[in-house]
Design a protein around this ligand. Structure first.
Ligand code: LFC
Ligand code: MG
Length: 367
């Protein structure tokens, strides 16, 4: 039913200076400023219905004029992490009438999550220990640690985190594409003693057969391959699944353009019996993907076995409908829409380069 016409469209470059604290850092992206191209489509409908969309980048990636900036060169750590994938938040009715057991279970217990927030690569050992201790207190049982830049550092950091969480809790590792195929196998053979459930993005996300080779070598060591946060369409996922290149599939709500593209991947994963463990974090990715993974549980996979959704503890305060976490789980959102809308005040403050936050930072840099 048509309810008005599009009357206005705005695109804003919103950046958060996360690099100042090393938040979000990994072996490839050493100083990311979590950022978004934030789009609002307004209509002239009487009820004021509007659509909001985000594309997650690491700062410079938000600039339209890349080439002049020289952005896009391999190794430029501020290049866009995620491609263009607009997702909307349109008004509508929240559909939370309890109709099935799985839905009831989600409403009561939520969808299980793991945390990446303790172990970004740029964090000191002290910060790692402090955040890990706090996360354990808060009830987290699944942890992801960044690896891939320096083997000795990885061994030390993995030892710290494994000692702190004990042998039973789940540990995952993420190399953010840093290795080539033989290097990935060799490096992970050295980290196998820390019993990681998976190694994520061990090599280039485009190297489907490379992932298959790594998977063949590491599965006998009890290590699965997780990938998907850089996969931009269902065809890539189809090939990863057909080639038996992954044991955990990581959809990304923004990288895969549209909800429909995400749904087709959820259905393929079900057919291949591969658990979906979404990528989240960034700017708003937790807010968005929680809808998809809870839908997956209620309507597609009907299983929580080997399944969990990533959680990162940053920037939720800038969203109008932030995620609600309880006992290390995502509690189902009860507001209508895709939870994409940002607070106007946050957008204004963090707009690049003329928002209050950036004016101050850029002025300080000049002095
Ligand atoms: C640059 C970013 O923080 C990435 O390190 C992050 O998205 C990561 O790959 C993840 O799995 O959370
Ligand atoms: Mg990752």
């Amino acid at each position: 039913m048509v309810r008005g016409r599009i009357s206005q469209l705005s695109v804003r470059d919103v950046r958060f200076p996360t690099s100042l604290g090393g938040h979000g850092s990994d072996a490839m992206h050493t100083d990311p400023d979590y950022s978004a191209a934030y789009v609002v489509i307004e209509t002239d409908a009487e009820d004021g219905i509007k659509g909001c969309g985000i594309t997650f980048t690491l700062g410079k990636g938000t600039e339209v004029d890349w080439s002049r900036e020289g952005c896009g060169a391999p190794g430029d750590s501020s290049c866009p992490k995620c491609g263009v994938g607009l997702v909307g938040q349109a008004g509508g009715k929240a559909c939370l009438e309890v109709t099935c057991g799985h839905e009831k279970q989600m409403l009561a217990q939520g969808y299980p999550a793991y945390t990446t927030s303790c172990a970004w690569l740029g964090y000191s050992d002290d910060t790692l220990k402090q955040l890990c201790a706090q996360a354990l207190k808060d009830g987290w049982t699944r942890f992801k640690v960044k690896v891939g830049a320096d083997l000795q550092d990885d061994v030390r950091r993995c030892q710290i985190i494994r000692d702190m969480i004990g042998p039973e809790k789940t540990l995952m590792m993420d190399a953010n594409q840093r290795w080539d195929v033989p290097e990935a196998v060799e490096w992970m053979s050295k980290l196998a003693k820390f019993k990681p459930l998976w190694i994520e993005e061990p090599t280039s996300p485009d190297d489907i057969l490379g992932h298959a080779a790594i998977s063949k070598a590491l599965v006998p060591l009890g290590i699965g391959i997780a990938t998907g946060e850089q996969c931009h369409n269902r065809v890539i996922f189809k090939q990863l699944l057909q080639a038996k290149a992954l044991q955990f599939l990581q959809i990304d709500s923004c990288r895969l353009g549209s909800v429909n593209e995400n749904l087709s991947v959820l259905l393929m994963a079900k057919k291949f019996e591969i658990p979906v463990c979404p990528h989240a974090g960034g700017v708003g990715l937790c807010e968005l993907v929680q809808h998809l993974i809870i839908f997956d549980y209620i309507s597609v996979s009907a299983s929580l076995k080997n399944r969990m959704c990533e959680y990162v503890d940053h920037l939720h305060e800038h969203f109008k409908y932030p995620v609600m976490m309880q006992r290390a789980s995502y509690m189902p959102p009860k507001d209508p829409g895709y939870s994409t809308e940002m607070k106007e005040e946050s957008v204004k403050k963090h707009q690049y380069p003329d928002g209050e936050v950036w004016k101050k930072l850029l002025a300080a840099q000049e002095n």
